[in-house]
Design a protein around this ligand. Structure first.
Ligand code: NAG
Ligand code: NAG
Length: 450
């Protein structure tokens, strides 16, 4: 009941106008003029213009590879030419080598008007899904912070993912959530302590229906210094031909209305009946833009899982496009960046923490403290990154745990939660969902940003 009046407050706030409307042709094309993106209210902004992610996931070599595509200028230039041809404005890269230099690829991207959403983890340096406590340690944070150091300086670094699909369809993986949230807190604090630009930090959730809402709530509950700057999730539920209603995206708008932070799809693009990418039309339409800020199609290169749209052969400069490439290019042209402010909400707010239930095992909402031996990074900096080699960090916080279990960290899209058909791995539908009206009984504790 209380929710109704709050919702009308938020609705009223919707009328705030964000300023002049950009057109595609006015988008900056040069590195020195690409504006930084900020999160404000429940939206992203490039200068005073609302910013929508119209992107593609970029993971050449696949989820099990350890290739940093932004450290190899031959490779990045080959692919940036294709991104330009598509007309995307953002790419997501799932792992980089923080001991390498990325100046040239980042400048090439900026010259092409393209932003980067970057995962801060990699297979060796990540939170372990089933043994999270020992994997949250100083060695891990040193790698994460070193990646922040390496990318904060680029104006086209749009956002950081503090974790990717760590929580999956196994209910006990929800016990890793406090460690991922602690990492999010630490990265945001590190950015502040080092005096960096406020690059937005958030989590990328797997396409798992039984804990999506709890995960979203969890990362946006509690004290401000523990909350994320945005929330992202993967979604393969629109399998064309479909519609806003048939896909259930209408419910995902309803459920996230009032969430209080920017939201986008970190992966989208069902492959079941072939792809028309018609769902971009909904994502760029006013039926969604009040709550969502676009998303990234999974994915650029063919990696044996049926999702890619170009064939690469190693480091060769040859790129072979398939029909999905031209279909996505056409969709981007057909469904342009929305004009105006998209009906955003100008305020941010937290929501209530999810209560423990059969799908969510977290009992206590207090977070683990940053490890003592990581505190000095805040004042002294993290130092040189360890790169992708070596022992990694997963066992560095304990002498007694077993193997590092590569693959069970927050590594990639395809490792979990998705099958060949383009749908998420098959969650049991638990029907009666215990978290009723999670976001409609939130408390408005956020500060007005406008
Ligand atoms: C969690 O569940 C997975 C899959 O059933 C299992 O492999 C793992 O050992 C469990 N972990 C814990 C800590 O119970
Ligand atoms: C929407 O929220 C309701 C109530 O919390 C929940 O039962 C349902 O599963 C949610 N649906 C989606 C698609 O998020």
């Amino acid at each position: 009941m209380k929710s109704l009046s709050l919702m009308s407050v938020l609705a009223a706030a919707n009328i705030v106008n964000a300023g002049p409307t950009p057109t595609e042709n006015e988008l900056p094309k040069r590195a020195d003029s690409l504006p930084t993106v900020t999160a404000s209210g429940n939206a992203f902004w490039a200068g005073s213009d609302r910013f929508y992610i119209r992107g593609i996931d970029y993971q050449p070599g696949g989820s099990s590879g350890d290739k940093d595509p932004l450290a190899d200028t031959t490779i990045c230039k080959r692919d940036i030419a294709k991104f330009k041809e598509l007309g995307v404005n953002t790419i997501r890269v799932y792992m980089i080598d923080n001991s390498e230099n990325h100046d040239e690829c980042m400048t090439e991207l900026a010259n092409a008007g393209i932003y980067l959403v970057l995962d801060l983890n990699n297979p060796k340096y990540s939170i372990h899904r089933y043994e999270p406590a020992p994997s949250y340690n100083a060695k891990y944070l040193q790698s994460v912070f070193a990646t922040v150091d390496a990318f904060q300086k680029y104006s086209n670094t749009l956002a950081f993912f503090s974790g990717n699909e760590v929580i999956n369809e196994q209910v006990n993986s929800t016990l890793a959530a406090p460690y991922v949230k602690a990492t999010t807190r630490d990265v945001r604090q590190y950015i502040g302590s080092r005096g960096y630009r406020k690059i937005p930090v958030g989590y990328s959730a797997a396409d798992v229906s039984q804990n999506r809402m709890q995960t979203a709530a969890y990362f946006n509950c509690g004290p401000d210094d523990e909350r994320s700057d945005f929330f992202a999730f993967n979604d393969y539920s629109w399998c064309s031909p479909s519609s806003f209603e048939q896909s259930g995206w209408n419910v995902k708008v309803k459920n996230f209305t009032g969430y209080g932070l920017p939201i986008f799809l970190s992966e989208w693009g069902c492959t079941t009946n072939g792809r028309t990418f018609e769902e971009l039309g909904a994502l760029m339409n006013s039926e969604m833009t009040g709550v969502y800020s676009g998303g990234l199609v999974y994915e650029y290169s063919k990696e044996g899982n049926g999702f890619g749209m170009v064939e690469l052969s190693g480091d060769s400069t040859d790129v072979t496009e398939d029909g999905d490439f031209s279909a996505f290019k056409s969709a981007l042209a057909e469904y342009p960046t929305p004009t105006g402010n998209g009906g955003f909400t100008s305020t941010t707010n937290s929501v209530n923490c999810p209560s423990e239930d059969p799908d969510w095992m977290v009992k206590d909402d207090t977070l683990p403290a940053i490890p003592d031996d990581a505190k000095a990074y805040m004042t002294d900096g993290a130092g040189p990154g360890p790169g992708l080699k070596g022992e990694g960090s997963q066992n560095a916080g304990s002498t007694s745990t077993g193997d590092a279990s590569p693959g069970s960290g927050s590594v990639s899209a395809t490792g979990s939660g998705k099958n060949e058909g383009g749908r998420p791995a098959p969650p049991v539908d638990k029907g009666a969902f215990a978290v009723v009206g999670l976001f409609t009984i939130f408390t408005l504790v956020g500060t007005l940003l406008l």
